[in-house]
Design a protein around this ligand. Structure first.
Ligand code: PLP
Length: 386
């Protein structure tokens, strides 16, 4: 709805008069190497009918073996893991990956724990398989998860926990100590309830980290970790729908899980991840998005808004800023923002009212030109400049 609203406002007032912070659509173009890889693949396909069939045809439902091996080698090099092609399933983005994971592990009535605030679609993904989510409160100061609340909310029905760090919508990165404590709690609760609890790591923002934070890979904390990755943000390809799932050998029932993921890819109607994109990303695993570009926006927006008197959680990763609404009803604040052509997303969409999300994956000009509009908005609430 906000996508349409933004477009309408831009048509009415002009592109440069609307400050649309509503969408997580990357503002940096895909690396030139990616487009070149696609051209090369298409040229190869033109070279013979056999090559064309190989590029555009069906393959194993888990994806091309050489692509999975290339991803495994890349992860092993970066994170010291020991994966092989058989540990991977190429997916239709993170959304496709999460849905095949849930189809594989969830039974009707199961519960999936999420740390609020969370990517709202987790709710629907769990509901697709007649399961539900259970939200854990955040620490209201740091927006790290409240681990006492987490422990209290694990029940006999808990099948999985989703962890999304760097986080959408807060931009917070969960600390290694937090991950260690989460692993310890899960291990204890697995014993108490006598069944496996999977940690599903949803990682579309893995590489988008600032201020010297390191890219992390969560399988090192907890044995039963399943990783869902997406190239949507890291290579600016959200429309192309490409990602992967990793199941480490040490995860409980790893072989069965991998079989389940393969069949789920098929029967949920994905069949396989797009063939051209599989091969294109495999050729670009060393490529990086322009983190410096997002970092500049992050600093400009965070510093600009705090100087105006707004309270924000300082983002450490991803490309979102989590701002405290000056009034309890953040929907009223979102509506007020629209009067100044500022589009923000209400926190309740992420299971956490009283805050709004700003996606700063926009041009530098949009951030810069939005600050006078935010100054007018701050004045409505009597915020004082710092
Ligand atoms: N998970 C999170 C936390 C996201 O923010 C998004 C997209 O914004 C997704 C999953 C879905 O990503 P994809 O485009 O790869 O399906």
């Amino acid at each position: 709805a906000m996508f349409v609203e933004g477009k309408e406002l831009k048509e009415k007032y002009g592109e440069d008069k609307v400050f649309d912070f509503s969408l997580g659509n990357p503002a940096t173009p895909a690396p030139a190497a990616l487009n070149q890889a696609i051209r090369t693949l298409l040229d190869e396909a033109d070279s013979s009918p056999q090559a064309a069939m190989e590029l555009h045809g069906y393959m194993e439902n888990v994806g091309y073996k050489e692509v999975r091996q290339a991803v495994a080698d890349n992860l092993n090099k970066r994170f010291g893991t020991k994966f092989d092609a058989h540990n991977l399933v190429m997916t239709v983005g993170a959304a496709g990956g999460l849905n095949i994971i849930f189809k594989t592990i969830l039974d009707p009535g199961d519960e999936v724990i999420v740390f609020a605030p969370f990517f709202g679609e987790y709710r629907q993904y769990a509901a697709n398989f007649d399961a539900s989510i259970v939200a854990v409160n955040p620490n209201p100061e740091t927006f790290q998860p409240d681990l006492a609340d987490f422990e209290a909310k694990i029940t006999a029905k808990t099948k999985a926990l989703i962890v999304n760090t760097p986080n959408n919508p807060t931009g917070v990165i969960y600390k290694p100590e937090t991950m260690e404590q989460i692993a310890e709690i899960l291990t204890r609760k697995e014993k108490e309830f006598g069944h496996d609890i999977y940690l599903v790591s949803d990682e579309p923002y893995r590489e988008l980290v600032y201020d010297g934070n390191k890219e992390d890979f969560l399988t090192k904390y907890y044995k039963n970790t399943i990783v869902g990755y997406s190239f949507s943000k890291s290579l600016s390809l959200p429309g192309e729908r490409i990602g992967y799932v990793v199941v480490p050998d040490e995860a409980a029932d790893a072989e069965l899980l991998l079989k389940g993921l393969e069949i789920s890819n098929r029967v949920l109607g994905f069949v396989n991840a797009p063939s051209l994109q599989q091969k294109a990303v495999a050729a670009c695993l060393e490529e990086k998005t322009d983190v410096v570009f997002y970092d500049e926006n992050r600093k400009m927006l965070y510093e600009g808004l705090t100087a105006l008197g707004f309270t924000c959680i300082k983002p450490e990763g991803a490309f979102y800023l989590w701002l405290k609404s000056p009034v309890e009803d953040e929907e009223a604040f979102v509506e007020e923002g629209k009067k100044y052509n500022i589009l923000m997303v209400k926190g309740s969409a992420f299971g956490c009212g009283g805050f709004v999300r700003l996606a700063y994956c926009v041009s530098h000009e949009t951030v810069k030109n939005s600050l006078p509009a935010f100054a007018k908005l701050a004045a409505v609430y009597g915020l004082s400049a710092k």
